[in-house]
Design a protein around this ligand. Structure first.
Ligand code: ZN
Length: 341
């Protein structure tokens, strides 16, 4: 097998088998000029969510953010890190998901437990949890390169909504995203085992002929500076692709008995859908003792003193919960004022 092999879905199922849980499956529907990725997440997602043990509405929101980050980050063609981060005024005021192109993911949420309980008592709608603020997507290829950051407003909508806004405003790529999360209850022996699953589908209109992406007015055209013309919605292929993607139900995205290849076949078989080699994702934090030492090494004496409790410094990784302990004497902060010029 060659690394970039592509197969139609039936051949792929014969030769590669289904991607299975926690693997992103890229696909293309050439007849519609559509490309995309699909994933079902199981054990890797459940490990992250279960470790945090957040209230269920927060877990659900974080799971959506993880799937979105994986769908977006897995398109990157270089080694690096994709970070999705919300900062809002809602009961969940921050979500952070790191996706490394190696497939490592980590994530955490910051929230106010009482506000979450108050906000989800009746509806449990994620938009009500996020509130108003921003979603930032940062691409980091390492210290030698400049970082890319795209920021879009979050205005009380869902993460799906904000992804659509991002692609419309920043990328000008017609995009549809579907995200779904499910709590599973399986009987194991005499006990009921609870676990989290999630699924996602990303569909993008990427015609070879650039004139078919009629998103932007001509320079000096009638549209005001920075505006765009949403003519892609009138392109027959994109209209059809969106209509097909729109038929996907939440339970199809998370059904362990429905591999993503089968879903793609159901959606696009009439047009011919090809799939590409899947990429695995895993629950893996990138924290280390060395990195924490690096951060503490920048602290002033006052900050070191402030961080010391009962003669020790204890640092807990917000992503994975790992605890690192230090003797404050390890750090000899140099906070002497700089010599006068
Ligand atoms: Zn960690």
């Amino acid at each position: 097998m060659v690394p970039d092999m592509s197969l139609n879905v039936e051949a792929a199922n014969d030769m590669l088998g289904p991607a299975g849980d926690d693997s992103v499956r890229p696909f293309a529907v050439e007849a519609l000029d559509v490309r995309g990725r699909a994933i079902q997440m199981g054990p890797a997602l459940d490990a992250i969510i279960a470790r945090h043990d957040y209230p269920p509405p927060v877990s659900r929101l974080l799971a959506e953010a993880i799937v979105l980050a994986v769908l977006l980050g897995s398109s990157l063609k270089f080694n690096g890190r994709f970070t999705l981060q919300t900062e809002t005024d809602g009961p969940v005021d921050m979500l952070v998901v790191d996706y490394r192109t190696s497939g490592d993911i980590r994530a955490y949420a910051r929230f106010d437990r009482e506000r979450v309980a108050a906000a989800t008592g009746e509806t449990g709608v994620p938009g009500a949890l996020l509130g108003v603020g921003t979603l930032a997507m940062t691409i980091d290829q390492g210290p030698a390169t400049s970082r890319y950051q795209g920021v879009v407003p979050l205005e009380g909508g869902s993460l799906e909504d904000v992804a659509h806004t991002y692609f419309r405003q920043s990328e000008q790529i017609p995009t549809r995203v579907r995200l779904a999360v499910a709590e599973m209850h399986a009987r194991e022996g005499g006990a009921i085992r609870h676990s989290w699953r999630a699924g996602g589908l990303l569909v993008q209109f990427l015609p070879d002929a650039p004139e078919r992406v009629k998103q932007r007015d001509l320079p000096g055209g009638d549209a005001p500076e920075g505006a765009y013309v949403e003519d892609a919605d009138e392109d027959d292929s994109w209209v059809e692709a969106q209509a097909l993607a729109g038929t996907v139900q939440d339970d199809e995205l998370t059904d362990p008995a429905l591999p993503v290849e089968s879903l793609l076949y159901r959606l696009f078989n009439e047009r011919g859908v090809r799939v590409f080699r899947a990429a695995e994702v895993r629950d893996q934090c990138s924290c280390s003792r060395e990195k924490v030492v690096g951060v503490l090494g920048t602290f002033t004496a006052a900050e070191i003193a402030e961080s010391t409790e009962n003669g020790a410094i204890s640092v807990t990784c917000e992503f994975c919960g790992k605890k690192y302990g230090f003797d404050p004497a390890e750090f000899t902060p140099s906070d002497a004022p700089p010599p006068a010029a």
